[in-house]
Design a protein around this ligand. Structure first.
Ligand code: SF4
Ligand code: SF4
Length: 74
């Protein structure tokens, strides 16, 4: 089964929350306490076990701040 690893560029992210809103497995959520250098609340990849590497979070990001890497899980 495909698994994903999500990396957020903390400089490019403006904290809009689209990635978290559209993630079908809720593997990514907006933090309540982690801020970017510009003061935006950052997304956190909290549930990697359920990430399907679908790439929706990256497609939805208007600031090209997300990279999704794919690996084969068991
Ligand atoms: S790749 Fe898909 S499942 Fe994984 S965090 Fe992004 S939207 Fe969610
Ligand atoms: S969609 Fe992009 S800019 Fe918006 S919170 Fe997610 S990573 Fe940041």
């Amino acid at each position: 089964m495909k698994k994903g690893e999500v990396v957020v560029d903390e400089i490019l992210c403006l904290g809009c929350g689209y990635c978290a809103e559209f993630c079908p497995t809720k593997s990514i959520v907006i933090s309540k306490e982690r801020f970017s250098p510009q003061g935006h609340l950052l997304p956190e990849f909290t549930d990697p076990e359920n990430c399907k590497a679908c790439g929706i979070c990256a497609w939805m990001c208007p600031h090209f701040a997300i990279e999704v890497y794919q690996s084969e899980g068991e």
